[in-house]
Design a protein around this ligand. Structure first.
Ligand code: HEC
Ligand code: HEC
Length: 332
């Protein structure tokens, strides 16, 4: 090999290593300046707000600043928003988003819409509060790779953060308050007032097209979707085995990891369907790219395996029915 070729090879190699290491870009805060604390959009009920963490303007504002700030990651490159992207329905735009030093997470980053109604968090439900959940990514070695102690030191050293914490909480910068501020911001990320809500709640027939109405009917009948994606937030907040990712190596056992019960092998938390047109790729492993792929997956009866949820079976939806069900999902 000539010296030139060797050199060119080295350049190519180092450029690709750099690209693999590059942190994801930091999305900007594109939300309106003022976020509603008192009202919820049409179609949603009252938020679940724990007594220990009342929703206040100051807590939401602080949580909002933290959410977009890479200060929470060890090398100042990754923010919550890097994986929960505001222009992507607060979900990841890749099957396995990148954390610090370009490392990939093992699951897809779900949407943060309507987590104010969540009763457990993560695809396997291993966290029971939004406050507790918020501290996990900071210490996750592939996500933000820091420690709570290090982050609290940094926040105390920053005079504007210190003042904001002290204004929002009587005891200032603490781990609990860091979780509370982030959770408060997440509780205002609500998605409702869709065409489906105008149709259902206000009786506006014209809010949905004929195809979308047909899709809603399929959703509630032949499609069986409502059996798990039920209620105002289109989720039963429970766990089911749909066969997604079954047989993959390494295996993701889902809820089983938390309960060690055989029946929970391959069960994952039912996600909300609100804003679902924005948040692909879909499923805990991001294995389905489009909503058409998702509906075709259910049309086949899900992914065959010994633990498959008994509600799932082939649906025999025609091409037109698949199209209409997808149109309905997009109206959510
Ligand atoms: C490197 C990417 C990444 C970063 C950074 C990140 N997340 Fe996540 N987030 C994920 C992934 C992946 C999951 C799902 C993991 C699982 O279920 O095991 C997740 C799950 C969640 C959930 C659970 C949602 C649900 O429906 O159960 C919440 C809430 C959340 N993240 C909030 C945050 C907050 C707050 C921050 C910043 C402190 C943050 N995330 C930083 C990737 C990320
Ligand atoms: C047996 C319960 C069950 C039924 C019935 C069901 N789902 Fe699901 N759905 C789930 C679970 C659980 C997941 C997450 C699976 C995973 O990632 O492993 C999911 C995921 C999804 C997703 C991906 C959302 C995201 O953010 O990744 C969409 C879209 C969806 N379902 C739509 C539908 C439609 C449309 C129907 C009816 C044709 C339906 N579901 C029927 C339980 C169900």
């Amino acid at each position: 090999m000539s010296r030139f070729a060797l050199l060119a090879g080295l350049v190519v190699l180092s450029v690709s290593v750099l690209a693999a290491d590059a942190p994801p870009d930091l999305p900007r805060d594109i939300l309106p300046a003022k976020l509603a604390l008192d009202e919820v959009p049409l179609g949603l009920g009252p938020r679940l707000v724990p007594k220990e963490n009342p929703l206040t303007e100051l807590r939401v504002r602080l949580g909002r600043r933290l959410f977009f700030d890479p200060i929470l990651s060890t090398d100042n490159t990754v923010a919550c928003a890097s994986c929960h992207r505001p222009d992507h329905g607060f979900a990841g735009n890749e099957a396995r988003p990148r954390g610090i030093r370009g490392q990939r997470t093992s699951r897809r980053a779900p949407t943060l819409f309507n987590r104010a109604y969540g009763t457990s968090f993560f695809w396997d439900g291993r966290e029971s509060t939004l406050e507790g959940q918020a501290l996990r990514p900071i210490e996750d070695p592939t996500e933000m790779g820091s420690t709570i102690t290090a982050v609290l030191d940094r926040l105390r050293a920053d005079t504007t953060y210190k003042a904001q914490f002290e204004a929002a909480f009587p005891d200032g910068v603490t781990a609990a308050n860091l979780g509370r501020a982030l959770a408060s911001f997440e509780r205002v990320l609500l998605r409702g007032a869709s065409a489906v809500d105008r149709f259902r709640r206000q009786g506006k027939t014209e809010a949905l097209t004929a195809r979308e109405r047909h899709g809603l009917w399929l959703y509630e009948s032949k499609g069986r979707c409502w059996r798990c994606h039920s209620g105002a937030n289109f989720t039963d907040e429970s766990y089911h085995n749909t066969g997604v990712g079954w047989g993959k190596v390494p295996a993701d056992l889902g809820r089983y990891v938390v309960t060690k019960k055989e029946a929970d092998r391959g069960r994952f938390k039912t996600p909300t369907l609100r804003g679902v047109a924005l948040t692909g790729p879909y499923m805990h492993d991001g294995s389905l790219t489009s909503l058409e792929d998702v509906v075709e997956f259910y049309n086949r009866g899900g992914g065959a395996n010994p633990n498959l949820d008994p509600v799932l079976a082939p649906l025999n939806l025609s091409k037109d029915e698949v199209r209409d069900l997808v149109a309905f999902l997009k109206a959510l």
